[in-house]
Design a protein around this ligand. Structure first.
Ligand code: SF4
Length: 67
């Protein structure tokens, strides 16, 4: 799976990183930093990536299971 990060939507709430700190965090500017941006999420991190995306209040993290 892939997670597409829409930086234009991210408001830096940090909820994704609280839910899934192994894959999400905040960058120096206070916006989401994703460990696997632009590349396939390893199988053992898929659950965390999906869970973190699911709690984003502005839908800035789009999970794509088909890719
Ligand atoms: S939860 Fe959403 S708005 Fe908050 S840092 Fe993560 S991607 Fe950005």
């Amino acid at each position: 799976m892939y997670v597409e990060v829409d930086r234009g939507r991210c408001e830096g709430h940090g909820l994704c990183g609280e839910r899934a700190p192994t894959v999400y965090g905040l960058d120096d500017e206070g916006y989401v930093a994703f460990a696997y941006e632009g590349r396939r999420v390893p199988k053992d991190s898929e659950e965390a990536a999906a869970a973190g995306a699911g709690v984003c209040p502005v839908a800035a993290l789009l999970v794509r299971w088909d890719a």
